[in-house]
Ligand binder design. Structure first.
Ligand code: C2E
Ligand code: CA
Ligand code: CA
Ligand code: CA
Length: 279
């Protein structure tokens, strides 16, 4: 009984200071999952708003747990970010995604690009540029086919360091996308200072379109800003024809959302590419 009490106490203290109790067992399971190869990558199409042709894919990590089923990234990415496992998982994802894109292009018989999420901790890691070079060298993928998605928060932690890393990414011709644009705590000055290529408008601003006047005003302002700065815009989380039409009418070039393609396993993505090519 004493042992039980003690164990419980440990759990309680962890729960008060850190992630929820449930996630402590998830964290333990994650190390096992890495050894067992339970992590996999899904790919969500990013399409041309006008033609709906697939231009590229965003890489989204999945964890297929033998008993829990699919664990969503919102559950495990924050844990991996805390314990550092994100460096290992992120390096694997970057390399695997670059290799996968080559296969996608072979099937599609045309040029595509691959977009990969980079977490704040990965971005700040000393080895990050080595990881990037390794992925590009191993896959043979030219930098211009690679988009790295980072958030405003990642840039703001240490702007001087961010500028150094982003410049080196640009030297490799990799493009930088600002993910969840408009939701972070940041200043617009960084759009001038850093070599950014793409703004991804967060789903929160798309969800209530075309009804919401405020969201419409925000989307219009972002599109206008992007146009004058020479940036591409991707509207995230587009679920309806009305949302697509609204964004397309206002000059948004790229769409990503359930309407034009959910995140899917690589073989499903290849079937989609094949269909379009040979239709
Ligand atoms: P995110 O980077 O903003 O990714 C977009 C999320 O929106 C994905 O959720 C995607 O499935 C979802 N989504 C796309 N279209 C729609 C739509 O039309 N409606 C709705 N309701 N949702 C849509 P997912 O795959 O669950 O990923 C959640 C977050 O986890 C990502 O947000 C990203 O922050 C993180 N994440 C996922 N994979 C990775 C990864 O490999 N590395 C890192 N560092 N983070 C990742
Ligand atoms: Ca993203
Ligand atoms: Ca996003
Ligand atoms: Ca998001």
């Amino acid at each position: 009984a004493k042992e039980t009490g003690k164990a419980r106490c440990v759990v309680y203290s962890a729960r008060h200071s850190g992630p929820p109790e449930h996630d402590i067992s998830l964290e333990a399971a994650m190390f096992q999952a890495v050894r067992e190869g339970e992590f996999l990558l899904y790919y969500q199409p990013i399409v041309d708003a006008r033609t709906r042709e697939i231009e590229g894919f965003e890489t989204l990590m999945r964890w297929r747990h033998p008993t829990l089923g699919m664990v969503p990234p919102v559950r495990f990415i924050p844990i991996a970010e805390t314990n550092g496992l994100i460096n290992l998982l992120g390096a694997w994802a970057l390399k695997a995604a670059c290799v996968q894109l080559k296969q996608f292009e072979e099937v599609a018989k045309r040029s595509l690009y691959i977009s990969v999420n980079i977490s704040p901790r990965q971005f700040r890691n000393d080895k990050f540029l080595d990881v990037l070079d390794d992925a590009m060298a191993f896959s043979g993928l030219p930098g211009e086919k690679l988009v790295l998605e980072i958030t405003e928060g990642t840039l703001m932690i240490d702007p001087a360091h961010a500028e150094t890393i982003l410049t080196k990414m640009a030297d490799r011709k990799a493009r930088i996308a600002i993910d969840d644009f408009g939701t972070g705590y940041s200043s617009l000055a960084y759009l001038k200072r850093f070599p950014i290529s793409v703004l991804k408008i967060d789903r929160a601003f798309i969800r209530d379109l075309p009804g919401s006047q405020k969201d419409g005003a925000i989307c219009n302002a972002v599109l206008d800003l992007a146009k004058h700065l020479g940036l591409n815009v991707v509207a995230e989380g587009v679920e309806t024809e009305d949302q697509l039409a609204y964004m397309q009418d206002r000059g948004c070039q790229y769409i990503q959302g359930y309407l034009t393609g959910k995140p899917m396993a690589a073989h499903v993505a290849m079937a989609a590419l094949r269909e379009r090519t040979y239709a």
